[in-house]
Ligand binder design. Structure first.
Ligand code: AP5
Length: 196
């Protein structure tokens, strides 16, 4: 199994590149942001609770997202591998993910971190906010709060995986195609045979 974490701050291109990666390599995409937005869309109690945090640019409590990921892993027993997008976002989430994967006799293969300057992140997210309907893209204050959460709570996840030699930076401020080429260089070796 190949288990990839696509890492990086809000707006660094994790969702965009996940779509390219699943198409080329046939991994299952697990995005906690997408799962939470789907819960909000369905007006579930979980979604309504999560929305309070998301609208302020704050992280949703660990136990909520860990539970969601755990059930998605169980729902895909025959997966060739997973691409985790927007998860883990705290060291506690990383430790929980390591344990969940160990139960399935697998582990994280690599963490690829998209590196994009902060002014470009803010520009990308506010630009998307003009049309996406995502409330957390609509105001510069909320976009900046998400980036602060990233620095305070998510950046330490890099050290967690660097300890095991599994963390690699990838230049993320080229065009979408340029960034995908850099990611493919890492993944061709790791994933091996491509899914056509
Ligand atoms: P989530 O949905 O994960 O959002 P995010 O990581 O904050 O930001 P994005 O996903 O929007 O950024 P991205 O890196 O995927 O970039 P994208 O490809 O979209 O999380 C939302 C909220 O949910 C969180 O704030 C939190 O409240 C909660 N949450 C989610 N997961 C959680 C967890 N594990 N724990 C706790 N809470 C959690 O691109 C962004 C824009 O840039 C797009 O418009 C795109 O077209 C554009 N773009 C992409 N690549 C390029 C490029 N190369 N050049 C120019 N533009 C580009």
């Amino acid at each position: 199994m190949v288990n990839l974490i696509l890492f990086g701050p809000p707006g660094s291109g994790k969702g965009t590149q996940s779509a390219n990666i699943i198409q080329k390599y046939g991994l299952i995409h697990l995005s906690t942001g997408d799962l939470l937005r789907s819960e909000i869309g369905d007006k579930t109690p979980l979604g309504q609770e999560a929305k309070k945090f998301m609208d302020q640019g704050l992280l949703v409590p660990d136990e909520v997202v860990i539970g969601m990921i755990s059930s998605k892993l169980d729902a895909n027993p025959d997966a060739r591998g997973f691409i985790f997008d927007g998860f883990p976002r705290t060291t506690a989430q990383a430790e929980a993910l390591d344990k969940l994967l160990a139960l399935k006799k697998t582990s994280i293969s690599t963490v690829l971190s998209l590196e994009v300057p902060e002014d470009a992140l803010i520009k990308r997210l506010l630009n998307r906010g003009l049309t996406s309907g995502r409330s957390d893209d609509a105001s510069e204050d909320v976009v900046k709060a998400r980036i602060v959460e990233y620095h305070n709570k998510t950046a330490p996840v890099a050290d967690h995986y660097a300890k095991f030699g599994k963390f690699k930076k990838v230049k993320g401020d080229g065009t979408e195609e340029e960034v995908f080429e850099l990611l493919s260089k890492e993944l061709d070796e790791l994933v091996g045979e491509k899914v056509q």
